[in-house]
Design a protein around this ligand. Structure first.
Ligand SMILES: Cc1cc2nc3c(=O)[nH]c(=O)nc-3n(C[C@H](O)[C@H](O)[C@H](O)COP(=O)(O)OP(=O)(O)OC[C@H]3O[C@@H](n4cnc5c(N)ncnc54)[C@H](O)[C@@H]3O)c2cc1C
Length: 533
């Protein structure tokens, strides 16, 4: 669907103010104003969208209602499931076929472990594959891990776990070199230097990218590498539905489900790495999402049932710029790089109303305020609120052809609907993008449960209450690699005891006590989009 006549009229207002806006930058917000804005408009602060979880180690803590319902779900199997004859045995079982899982698999293999990677969909069907903008690393002389550290902590509102941030920024240059050595083709200048850009909340240009399909490029290379190494088996369409403990309370494998036959089976392992990604497909507060179909929070459910501690699950990231029009791509990501390159957010009167590169939560809250309180948003034909993102500014600032070169995938995406983002602004609104919190880990990815490691978006702590752009692809590689190395080491030391699912009995009892009726069976594995009428 192309722009309607009414929207084309409104575009003229944006065009009229463009020359005057070109030379202007809207000032960044002072700290107190940011806090006030977040409190009033960010979905994390909307009390009606949250509730306390009623059982387990996170009891009494708030999280989105949709997540709490899944966390308090009934298991797929019961405690009497036969564990006497595992279908296979491995040293390290990696659950999840995205960037964190693949990185973990490579490093565990390199450190001598026999590895099996199981994944719910195809290997690479993952948020990693969809990442567009880039990956941060302080690898230039004028930058330093210390400056990167300050940016990460500031972006996370000073709530991040410091040891995790230290690991993130110190390993970052190593990760970029590692990815390059495996074959990732980052954007470079003609003289071979890395091209690096700004992202929201960064004080210096350190965003490495491969055009606007950085995640696909990284995933392509990691997946090929996994497939080409000995001692790594990959099993697709086999989600984990439960973790198995041994008689000493350590994790010793998982129950997997064959998606095709719906048969459950036991995979025995010395160590399990959970790398199942985020939970955008739970559509908190009805928001659309940028996430892939398998992002249903499975890792949180699995880890929580065996007693792992959680952190920051009351905070989700709503990316300020999800596509708001046309409806066919509602919620899909318009990368922050677009604002990084100079596109300004503009209201219905053609006015800039916020600094374009505020931290994501602040920027998203400002968009919601513009539409809901100030009533200065645009309303699309389907009633979706939106603001303009003035993309033609990019070529005016950097020269003709810049958009096509830097954002080819996005230009194509809008062109399919006869929208020419090189010459026309696009409509955007916040979309559910990222799970800031997750399972608590230490800097070696160990959880509070022996034998269970977590890496990537399923983990919590490194980004505190807000993640900055480009730090998640980094997190996935840094902690994926660390999880692989730790897992290989632990596998050498551990000899699991007798497997048991007794913890499911106490879990079910706790659910009975709070009156959960079993309507939700979790992990839910795939979102239910069936019509309910
Ligand atoms: C559209 C988009 C753009 C983004 N852009 C950027 C960016 O530019 N820079 C940046 O730093 N970050 C970006 N991010 C965030 C970043 O891509 C993700 O946070 C990160 O890639 C997550 O990696 P992961 O390995 O933890 O999870 P994923 O890559 O999502 O992988 C999780 C894997 O686990 C599997 N799985 C799930 N449940 C189960 C189960 N029960 N059993 C077995 N397997 C299971 C999934 O199928 C999937 O294979 C973006 C995210 C999206 C959605």
């Amino acid at each position: 669907m192309t722009y309607t006549a009414e929207l084309l009229e409104q575009i003229k207002v944006v065009e009229a103010t463009r020359p005057q806006r070109l030379g202007q930058t809207f000032p960044a917000m002072p700290l107190e104003e940011r806090q006030e804005l977040l409190r009033k408009f960010h979905p994390d602060y909307i009390e009606s969208g949250m509730r306390e979880v009623r059982i387990g180690s996170y009891k009494g803590n708030r999280m989105p209602i949709e997540l709490a319902d899944v966390i308090e779900g009934r298991p797929h199997i019961d405690a009497h499931f036969d564990l006497s004859d595992p279908d296979f045995e491995t040293d390290v079982l990696i659950v999840g076929g995205g960037g964190a899982g693949a990185s973990a698999a490579l490093m565990a293999q390199e450190n001598g472990a026999k590895v099996t990677l199981v994944t719910k969909l195809r290997f690479g069907d993952a948020n990693t594959m969809m990442a567009q903008g880039g990956i941060q690393a302080a690898d230039r002389p004028e930058d330093s891990p210390a400056t990167h550290y300050l940016d990460v902590i500031g972006g996370g509102h000073f709530t991040n776990f410091p040891d995790l941030v230290e690991a993130l920024v110190k390993d970052a240059p190593i990760v970029i070199a590692w990815l390059e050595s495996l074959g990732v083709m980052f954007d470079k200048t003609p003289d071979g230097m890395m091209m690096e850009e700004h992202g929201g909340g960064t004080s210096i240009k350190r965003m490495h990218s491969a055009r606007d399909y950085t995640g696909a490029e990284i995933m392509r290379v990691l997946r090929d590498e996994v497939r080409n190494r000995p001692n790594i088996d990959v099993i697709e369409f086999c989600p984990a539905v439960e973790l198995v403990l041994d008689d000493r309370g350590a994790v010793c494998g998982a129950i997997l489900m064959n998606f095709e036959t719906e048969r459950y089976f036991y995979a025995r392992a010395k160590v399990v790495v959970l790398a199942t990604g985020g939970s955008g497909r739970l559509h908190y507060q009805g928001f659309p999402t940028t996430n892939h179909y398998g992002a249903t929070g499975d890792g949180l459910v699995l880890a929580y049932r065996v007693g792992a501690e959680l952190a920051f699950l009351d905070t989700m990231q709503y990316h300020p710029t999800g596509a708001a029009f046309p409806e066919q791509i509602l919620g899909q990501l318009v990368t922050e790089k677009v604002r990084g390159l100079g596109a300004q957010p503009v209201n219905v009167k053609g006015e800039q109303f916020v600094y374009p590169l505020e931290p994501r939560d602040v920027e998203a809250a400002a968009f919601i305020r513009e539409c809901k309180e100030r009533n200065l948003g645009v309303v699309t034909p389907s009633g979706q609120p939106a603001v303009w993102l003035d993309t033609p500014m990019i070529d005016l600032i950097h020269g003709a052809g810049t958009i096509e070169k830097a954002l080819p995938a996005m230009v194509r995406q809008f062109k399919r609907f006869n929208i020419d983002m090189v010459n026309q602004p696009i409509l955007v609104y916040p979309t559910l993008h990222y799970q800031n919190g997750g399972v608590k880990i230490d800097a070696n990815c160990q959880t509070t449960v022996p034998g269970l490691l977590v890496a990537g978006e399923t983990s919590g702590g490194v980004h505190g209450r807000n993640r900055l752009m480009g730090n998640s692809l980094l997190d996935v590689c840094v902690f994926g690699r660390r999880a692989g190395m730790t897992a290989a080491q632990l596998a050498k030391e551990r000899q699991p005891g007798k497997p048991t699912l007794a913890h499911l009995e106490s879990w079910n009892r706790a659910l009975d006590e709070i009156g959960v009726n079993g309507a939700v069976r979790s992990p839910i594995l795939i979102p239910n989009y069936a019509r309910r009428d």
